[in-house]
Every structure is written in structure tokens, then in C-alpha cells.
Design a protein around this ligand. Structure first.
Ligand code: GLU
Length: 303
């Protein structure tokens, strides 16, 4: 059974890049008679806003993307994250870390590398060098919490990119589960959620391809035997080097709505920008059905 999810962060408005992701998520899940879950990823309490969450839910409904269960919010799931962390602690895999991001920048000795995956990271990332790994600091308020990762290579088959190998220890070092402000991190929350919610197909943009190996490794540590399947799709770029962001108001679903576009036109525009169809090919509103045939066979082979 395919269980996929749409997982926006309520740190801004839904933009055309999210619509591309929704086309993939709903398109593939529906083609496989699967289920779509909706998860509001508000793990970053400083940047998340209830008004963005409301706008995202409203835009999704307007576009006609309907999830199969009520939305869940990461901020309502902190007990689940704490439980997962407890289990890792019992296994001796958790340690407190006093390093700030600036400390890591100073001591990292360069950016993490991912030569095995053979792809240039879209976003260079810092590698935590393990400064606090053997300091035995007491876990407390204002300290971060990290998970010890083994120096192992994860191999996985991305539905679109094919076989990849990633070594998280080389890319990013021991994973931060909770930061010094007390926020659960994206990597930790998303891995626990995908496991606890029974997600079997993760569909997201290429900017997260580099995070996949570490999420597979962490998932195994918290008890997941079979990782989900992953499909990373191309991002809609503002310029070749610049990702589209929610700050680019001209591409928000809100603005397209306000300027008189119909839901079908917005979906068609996203599908065209993503190279899923040409202007002639698409009948408005049918974009979701375009992805299914394209990837369904590949998915079936890997299931
Ligand atoms: N919350 C992430 C975002 O809005 C998506 C995370 C994921 O799909 O793993 O980009």
C-alpha cells in the first residue's frame, strides 16, 4: 500500500513549487490507489505562523488537493519525538552538544562532502566534527542534542535518480535532533513522522536528495526495518542557481488566485514549469494524472 505525504512548513505561503510537489504526491498516490497524508511541518517554532498554516490549508482546498486524513501538526507530536529520542538514549546513541552554528562553522574545517552520491549538493552543508561526542555533557536546557551516527554508507534507489550512495558521517556528521533553542530539527522530526505514520513513499524536491541517506540510517536506529521509497523531483528555479522561495510573492498561489487564475490554470502552469507537459498537452485540471503513468511502472518494480 502506497502511503505518501504532503509536508509543507508554515513559514510562508504556498508557491508554485509546492504545487509541483502536490502534483507528484497526489498524482502518484492516486495512480497507485494509495493514500495521501497532510503534515504541517512547524518544527521551527520561531519561523512558523498559524496564519500561514491557515493559508496553506485554504489554498490546497481551493486547488482540489484533498488528503485522506485530517492534517497533523508537528508541534502536536513532541511527545512522540521525545519517546523516539528516549529509545536512542537507552541505546547509548544520544549526547548533549554545546556548539552553536558559528562554533560548527569555525571547527568544521570545510564543508561536508558527498562524493559517493556523485551529485553536487544543491546546498553545501556544514559537517559537524564531533566536538562534544566524548565530552559527556549533562543534557539540559540550552544545549543541543545529537545522535551518534555510524560511519556507514547507505545505498538506496531513488525512483527518479536511480541508485545512490551516501555517507552521512562524511556529509553532515552526528545529527542534531533538537537544537539549542529546543526546536526538534527537520531531519529528526521528519524521520520519526514518516516512520510513525507508516509513510511508504516520500516525494520531495531535489534539494532534499542529500538528506535521504541520513534519514534512512536514523529510521533504522529508531526501529524501521524497511525504509520508504524516495522520489526526488526537479525544483522550479528562480534562476539556474536560485531556488524559488516563498518570499517570491509573484509565484504564490495566493497571488495567482487574486489575479483571477482558476485552480486548473495554476496546476497547469506548475506542470508546465516542471516540464511535465507542454502547454498544448495539458487540459486544465488534469495535470495530476500526468505523473502517474510516467512513474507508476518504476514504482511497481521497486515495491
Ligand atoms: N517540510 C519540507 C518543506 O516544506 C518538506 C520535507 C520533506 O518532504 O521531507 O520543504
Amino acid at each position: 500500500m502506497i502511503v505518501s505525504r504532503f509536508a509543507p512548513a508554515p513559514t510562508g505561503l504556498l508557491h508554485i513549487g509546492h504545487v509541483v510537489n502536490a502534483i507528484y504526491v497526489w498524482g502518484l498516490a492516486r495512480a497507485a490507489d494509495g493514500v495521501v497524508l497532510l503534515r504541517i511541518e512547524d518544527h521551527d517554532r520561531q519561523r512558523s505562523r498559524p496564519e500561514f498554516e491557515r493559508a496553506i490549508l485554504d489554498d490546497l482546498e481551493w486547488l482540489g488537493f484533498e488528503a485522506d486524513a485530517p492534517p497533523v501538526r508537528q508541534s502536536d507530536r513532541v511527545a512522540i519525538y521525545a519517546g523516539a529520542l528516549d529509545r536512542l538514549r537507552t541505546a547509548g546513541l544520544v549526547y548533549a552538544c554545546e556548539c552553536s552554528r558559528r562554533d560548527v562553522e569555525r571547527t568544521a574545517g570545510g564543508l561536508g562532502s558527498d562524493p559517493a552520491s556523485g551529485q553536487a549538493a544543491l546546498e553545501a552543508e556544514l559537517r559537524y566534527p564531533g566536538t562534544c561526542a566524548s565530552k559527556h555533557l549533562r543534557e539540559r536546557h540550552r544545549l543541543g542534542t545529537r545522535i551518534r551516527l555510524a560511519r556507514s554508507v547507505e545505498t538506496f534507489e531513488d525512483v527518479r535518480h536511480g541508485r545512490r550512495e551516501q555517507c552521512a558521517a562524511d556529509q553532515c556528521g552526528d545529527l542534531l535532533a533538537r537544537d539549542r533553542e529546543g526546536n526538534w530539527t527537520y531531519q529528526f522530526a521528519v524521520t520519526v513522522d514518516d516512520h510513525e505514520q507508516g509513510v511508504t513513499l516520500v516525494i520531495r524536491g531535489d534539494d532534499l536528495l542529500a538528506s535521504t541517506g541520513r534519514q534512512i540510517q536514523l529510521a533504522r536506529l529508531i526501529g524501521r526495518e524497511t525504509p520508504p521509497l524516495f522520489l526526488h523531483h526537479a525544483l522550479i528555479m528562480k534562476t539556474p542557481a536560485q531556488k524559488l522561495s516563498k518570499a517570491d510573492g509573484d509565484t504564490s498561489v495566493r497571488d495567482l488566485r487574486a489575479s483571477g487564475h482558476t485552480p486548473g490554470q495554476v496546476i497547469a502552469r506548475a506542470a508546465r514549469l516542471a516540464g511535465l507537459c507542454s502547454a498544448e498537452e495539458i487540459a486544465a485540471g488534469q495535470a495530476a494524472s500526468l505523473v502517474g503513468p510516467r512513474y507508476e511502472a518504476a514504482l511497481r518494480r521497486r515495491r
